[in-house]
Design a protein around this ligand. Structure first.
Ligand SMILES: NC(=O)c1ccc[n+]([C@@H]2O[C@H](COP(=O)([O-])OP(=O)(O)OC[C@H]3O[C@@H](n4cnc5c(N)ncnc54)[C@H](O)[C@@H]3O)[C@@H](O)[C@H]2O)c1
Ligand SMILES: [Zn+2]
Length: 352
């Protein structure tokens, strides 16, 4: 078991290990002050893990109410959000009670946002069950829902009071979802930690899950502590994301986030190499580790198809974009590019 303390405005522990779901009740009890818990999860995760968590929380002496919604990004909307709030109200959840998000990043983001706003803010606990949520989404306090016009357009900074990551839940995760999370782990290694990159290079699926997640969380912790509100250093976590967001949007969100991030990282890294920011060992090693894990290093979309999504509404607001470029494995830097330079960056990275 590993424990990482995140020292932000209201600090919290991230605990990673096998079998933590069945101990959730005791950990939540240790937070103090609550009488009831609202347990939120999507229908898939509810069927797999809600019984264990519910029993553990009830055994610890809490009243438990549950809220379930259909799985998938399409549920991360105002309707689900308002139904969570209605449920909390009708079940008499009080200001000192706790919301618990059991599931992937969708559940964490929407439950966190509901917790941030219900009665002007109640505490919430994250129980991530996807690799992506474990290594990225469950830590850092960004909560959000989507609007028809764009992802994560409504949200709040609201740090969890506790994150319990039970690595056994990864055993039921579909292969593609696992890969999507692994891409974020590769991203984390690329921006900050060559030793972590070496570990991923040498490992197979499921191996060292606890170590892998702990290493990623510890790096994310450093960025979040340095920049809780995402106005500076934390932007480094966007490595590969400029083109990834465009690929996701162009696909109508049928390409999973992490899968798009893999392609986005490979493209910008080739581009960086072609411009002399890094040596050619950097794209070579990155491409090798992505390919080995069944992740893409390219996209079928053309620059012409992707560019409108990169620009988005930026053209109305600014003439440049901050892009994260690798210097070497484990070190990146933020650079400004004019909007007119983005197409060339794409072409340099191998997009047609
Ligand atoms: N807040 C942040 O900092 C942050 C960071 C990155 C991503 N995100 C958000 O996270 C979301 C993506 O997260 P995600 O990839 O976890 O998606 P998700 O929550 O939709 O989970 C993916 C799928 O896996 C299923 N699932 C979850 N755990 C399972 C398990 N253990 N076994 C079997 N199936 C399981 C879910 O039912 C779902 O169908 C996006 O909405 C993104 O915006 C947020
Ligand atoms: Zn991401």
């Amino acid at each position: 078991m590993k424990k990482i303390r995140v020292n932000v405005s209201a600090g919290y522990d991230v605990i990673i290990g096998e079998g933590l779901l069945s101990a959730a009740g005791e950990y939540i009890k240790a937070l103090g002050g609550a009488g009831k818990v609202l347990l939120v999860s999507d229908d898939t995760v509810y069927g797999l893990y809600a019984d264990i968590v519910r029993k553990s929380i009830e055994d610890a002496g809490f009243g438990v109410c549950t809220f379930t919604f259909p799985h998938g990004e399409c549920s991360k909307n105002i309707d689900t959000y308002s139904r969570i709030l209605e449920k909390a109200l009708s079940d008499n959840i009080a200001r000192n009670d706790i919301f618990v998000a059991l599931g992937g990043g969708v559940t964490g983001d929407i439950t966190g946002f509901a917790a941030a706003t219900f009665k002007r803010g109640v505490r919430f606990v994250q129980l991530p069950t996807t690799l992506l949520a474990a290594v990225d989404a469950s830590v850092g306090g960004k909560t959000a829902i989507d609007l028809p016009g764009g992802k994560n357009q409504v949200g709040a900074f609201h740090q969890p009071s506790l994150v319990l990551c039970d690595t056994l839940t990864l055993n039921t995760l579909p292969e593609e979802q696992y890969r999507s999370g692994l891409a974020e782990a590769v991203k984390t290694a690329m921006i900050a930690d060559e030793a972590l990159f070496n570990m991923i290079e040498g490992a197979d699926r499921g191996q060292n899950a606890e170590e892998l997640i702990a290493a990623c969380v510890d790096i994310k912790r450093r960025f979040v502590e340095a920049d809780e509100r995402d106005t500076g250093a934390r932007m480094m976590l966007n490595f590969g994301h400029t083109f990834a967001h465009a690929i996701e949007a162009a696909s109508g969100y049928t390409v999973l986030h992490g899968i798009a991030v893999a392609a986005g990282m490979a493209i910008i890294t080739r581009s960086a190499c072609n411009r002399g920011y890094c040596g050619d060992d950097v794209p070579a090693r990155l491409e090798r580790v992505l390919t080995k894990n069944g992740l893409p290093i390219d996209t079928g979309y053309t620059a012409e198809e992707l560019l409108p999504y990169v620009y988005g509404d930026k053209k109305a607001q600014t003439d440049h974009i901050n892009i994260v470029l690798p210097r070497k494995i484990g070190e990146c830097e933020l650079r400004k590019f004019g909007l007119c330079e983005i197409e060339e960056l794409m072409l340099d990275g191998g997009i047609r």
